[in-house]
Design a protein around this ligand. Structure first.
Ligand SMILES: Nc1nc2c(c(=O)[nH]1)N[C@H]1C(S)=C(S)[C@@H](COP(=O)(O)O)O[C@H]1N2
Ligand SMILES: [Mo]
Length: 255
């Protein structure tokens, strides 16, 4: 069960988004106009500083720090028939679909993904429920895949659609989440196919799971089936950008 304090904290942070935005400076008297323009410029600077800060790397660790028993959480064994069929054949027929607002939709096999420029990183996974584990991940750089697919100018987010449904009772809504392009092109954002020098285990998201090291665990989609580039995610699921986001968790879950 989610840690209630952590959960309240996350929900509380949403209040920030409700702060009133500065309106236009045009309708004000001259002196006020200058003040207003200055304030607006300051806001823009803060915004670009924030964007730069978000490119910073999450801490990386050493081999000796790797957890003996990395926890598995959420889905650990997807029941979907299409997933089971792919798994039965060792994911030879798996194709990662990259589509939506791209010039060149892709269907990538595991062999394709393994041939791409990769990154290996030892990082700390931080779950909203209050536990952490350190693991080593190797995967294809998402930036490389996006350059191949060529995002259209109207693409603002990537939605990760997964094979699994967390519960069979809630109409079996499939797991999904979304990220913006700052995170999509972040140095440490990879589609992992290896964990701790071995093929990614089923319980940790085989054949492919997202690693996105500046955010909480629930943003790191396991069992990724499709990456869809969109302008808005309002029409997907219940409109909040992810399975847990639809249930009240923050869309941006920085750690
Ligand atoms: N497809 C899918 N991705 C998922 C989940 C899930 O249930 N299904 N759980 C999330 C949560 S809450 C966490 S903490 C991590 C757990 O990853 P792990 O099992 O490798 O520890 O996966 C995230 N990604
Ligand atoms: Mo989590």
């Amino acid at each position: 069960m989610p840690n209630p304090d952590r959960r309240r904290l996350l929900l509380g942070a949403g209040g920030l988004a409700a702060l009133p935005l500065l309106g236009s400076c045009d309708s004000l008297a001259r002196n006020e106009q200058v003040q207003c323009t200055l304030a607006t410029a300051e806001k823009a600077t803060k915004r670009s500083q924030r964007a730069l800060a978000r490119q910073a790397l999450a801490p990386e660790y050493e081999e000796k720090d790797i957890s003996d028993d990395f926890r598995a959480n959420g889905s650990v064994d997807p029941a979907a028939a299409e997933y089971r069929a792919l798994r039965a054949n060792n994911f030879r027929d798996y194709r990662l679909i990259v589509d939506g607002l791209v010039e060149r939709p892709l269907a990538l096999s595991l062999t394709d993904l393994r041939r791409m420029p990769s990154r290996t990183q030892i990082t700390k996974h931080d779950c909203v429920e209050g536990w952490t584990s350190i693991g080593k991940w190797k995967g294809a750089r998402l930036s490389h895949i996006l350059r191949q697919a060529r995002l259209r100018p109207d693409a603002k987010y990537l939605v990760f659609h997964c094979f699994d449904a967390l519960s069979q009772t809630e109409d079996g809504e499939r797991y999904y989440t979304s990220i913006d392009l700052v995170d999509a092109f972040h140095e440490q954002t990879i589609l992992a196919y290896e964990m701790n020098d071995e093929i990614l285990p089923i319980k940790h998201g085989a054949p492919i799971r997202l690693r996105l090291e500046r955010q909480l665990g629930y943003k790191m989609a396991k069992y990724v089936k499709r990456i869809e580039a969109v302008e808005s995610f309002a029409h997907i699921g219940r409109g909040k950008g992810g399975y847990w986001e639809d249930r009240g968790y923050e869309w941006y879950a920085g750690v």
